[in-house]
Design a protein around this ligand. Structure first.
Ligand code: GLU
Length: 417
């Protein structure tokens, strides 16, 4: 395979898994670890595969497939989201759980890495079917999760409502309250203030920290792929901080306006029409055009492997903020590196979500709730600290931010073993 052909979801996931594993191998070499040690970290502790039967509205029984990969728990209970997506598969959840192990470690959290998923297009289900599927998944994995075992959270196409169904089902099984067994819950079910915005907010903080290091105040225009929870909050907070958001997209397509988009109005348009496309005053563009648009900062905030060796040479941004998990393939990454494009790696850039999940978990365990201002202040401190560790490590060892982030993460894990 010379050019990366990521046509099938299996192939797509293999590429992401290999990318994550090769990053660990490379970081292991930087740290002088033995091949044996590296291999031990790479292999997931356990991968659970479950069936979830759901009685559909039409009376027929549909059987869904679900996974939970528990990658590594050296630093604490497994932690990571659950995605609902038609392309979910075993390799994908292993890859994503590997990234969670690294993400929790580099963020300095007392968690290991996990990730789950259900093979489903949630848009095809009505709310009752979605609830039954969520409850069924929680039942199926109930014996493997818990506040000190494995703590799921939202991910692609899952949200606080789904977490609350899952927690409710789990608490029925264990016959006691256990709010910290899930994070990303609604506020009235033990959620934390600031959790919904946390991933986007953390991304903007890491971008601002990088720009401080670069002593650069000129980089200002932004294109964002993905307008779900992560993309939207990144756009909103970045705009508040003075960045100009000129292009955004969702799975149906994108929009561009060189004068800047009103991100809140775009969200309202998407809520009304189902897509950002057709937003008044903006030009419709494709997702591919968005990725290669003339901007200073590119923010892939949707799915994995969107920047490949097919489009890496055409990227015109100077900085990429990886808000999705694994949006750049290994081959693409080396092209970007050669071209001098700076990437803030996913395990730092999008760690705001799991950092506030940690705050939510801690609040739930202590039964003491913090103000939003407190949450945001602590988030800023935590993500800045981890960015600074990574940045210094990259300077001291003359390596880029991605290799440095993985090395910092890996070092913490092997030191704890
Ligand atoms: N799904 C998010 C991530 O990929 C959040 C995980 C969590 O809060 O546990 O980082």
């Amino acid at each position: 395979m010379n050019q990366e052909n990521l046509s099938s979801s299996k192939e797509n996931s293999s590429v992401m898994l290999l990318t994550a594993q090769n990053l660990i191998k490379k970081a292991g070499k930087i740290l002088g670890l033995s091949d044996e040690k590296i291999k031990e970290v790479i292999i997931p502790d356990r991968v659970i595969e479950v069936k979830i039967p759901v009685r559909m509205k039409n009376g027929l029984l549909r059987v869904f497939r679900g996974f939970r990969s528990q990658h590594n728990n050296v630093l604490g209970p497994y932690k990571g989201g659950i995605r609902f997506h038609p392309q979910v598969n075993r390799e994908e959840v292993i890859a994503l759980s590997t990234l969670m192990t690294l993400k929790c470690s580099v963020a300095g959290l007392p968690f290991g890495g996990g990730k789950g998923g259900v093979v489903v297009n949630p848009r095809e289900l009505n709310p009752e079917e979605l609830e039954q599927l969520s409850r069924g998944y929680a039942r199926a994995i109930s014996e493997y999760i818990g506040e000190w075992k494995d703590i799921p959270a939202p991910d692609v196409n899952t949200d606080s409502r789904i977490m609350s169904w899952m927690l409710d089902e789990y608490e029925k099984i264990i016959k006691r309250k256990s709010p910290s067994a899930f994070t990303g819950k609604p506020i009235n079910r033990g959620g934390s203030l600031g959790r919904t915005e946390a991933t986007g907010r953390g991304g903007v903080i890491s971008l601002l920290t990088l720009l401080e290091y670069l002593e650069n105040k000129k980089y200002n225009t932004v294109a964002i792929q993905g307008y779900g929870n992560v993309g939207y909050h990144f756009a909103k907070i970045a705009q508040e901080k003075g960045f100009k958001i000129v292009a955004v997209s969702d799975s149906k397509g994108g929009i561009y306006n060189a004068d800047g988009l009103d991100v809140v109005a775009v969200k309202e348009h998407k809520n009304k029409t189902g897509s950002v496309k057709g937003f008044p005053g903006a030009k419709d563009i494709s997702n591919e055009e968005l990725l290669t648009s003339e901007v200073d900062i590119l923010v892939p905030a949707a799915l994995e492997n969107v920047i490949t060796d097919k489009n890496a040479a055409d990227i015109r941004a100077k900085i990429i903020v990886e808000m999705a998990n694994g949006p750049i393939t290994e081959k693409a990454y080396s092209i970007l590196q050669r071209r001098g494009i700076i990437t803030i790696p996913d395990i730092v850039a999008n760690s705001g979500g799991v950092i506030v999940s940690y705050f939510e978990w801690a609040q739930g365990l202590s039964g003491y709730w913090w103000t939003e201002e407190e949450v945001n202040r602590k988030l800023e401190k935590q993500i800045k600290n981890s960015f600074v560790w990574v940045y210094r490590f990259s300077q001291d060892n003359d390596i880029d931010l991605k290799d440095a982030a993985v090395a910092v993460a890996l070092r913490r894990i092997v030191e704890a073993q």
